[in-house]
Design a protein around this ligand. Structure first.
Ligand code: ATP
Ligand code: MG
Length: 151
């Protein structure tokens, strides 16, 4: 079912708040998109945002700062999920949308996962004719930039 984007993000943030609290994360929301904009399937979009915030939290040291932004674009909506965590090399970012690919996390031990979250995110975005790209720098952080068109 369709749902307004900003409301959806609030619901996802609620559902992940325990994990964020455990690491004492600071979540900054800059929701500048039209609050009522509807862009697609509620479940898929929630899972997309959930996976990205979960990753931002998991692949950061304690007290992570995570920023989620939305904005209106000419033909759709822009979403960014940004962290200041462990980051990745360029070679690693090329493979993160592959099923089961995981980057060795080095000194940030015991980070669990299957390597499936981002391949799912990528599939959802393709289904909506959207785009996702990743900017990352090792030990500096990572930003996922998403564009979803509105039909
Ligand atoms: P899960 O299936 O539970 O999501 P996962 O988190 O390992 O497992 P993905 O979400 O697909 O799988 O991410 C793939 C890999 O990309 C991760 O294992 C991690 O190495 C890297 N990665 C993803 N997001 C980030 C991020 N924000 N910062 C640093 N590395 C990341
Ligand atoms: Mg993940």
């Amino acid at each position: 079912s369709p749902v307004a984007m900003n409301e959806l993000i609030s619901l996802v943030v609620d559902s992940i708040s325990l994990q964020l609290q455990k690491k004492n994360a600071e979540l900054v929301l800059v929701l500048d998109a039209d609050p009522d904009v509807v862009i697609g399937d509620e479940l898929h979009l929630s899972n997309m945002i959930y996976n990205l915030i979960d990753n931002a939290n998991k692949y950061s040291p304690e007290n992570p700062k995570i920023t989620v932004k939305t904005k209106n674009l000419a033909n759709g909506i822009g979403i960014e999920v940004q962290d200041e965590g462990i980051g990745m090399t360029k070679e690693q970012t090329k493979r993160i949308f592959d099923q089961f690919y995981r980057v060795p996390t080095g000194n940030l031990h015991d980070v669990k996962g299957f390597g499936l979250g981002l391949s799912y995110v990528n599939d959802i975005i393709k289904q909506m004719n959207g785009t996702i790209r990743v900017q990352s720098e090792k030990d500096k952080g990572t930003t996922f930039v998403i564009h979803l068109p509105i039909n």
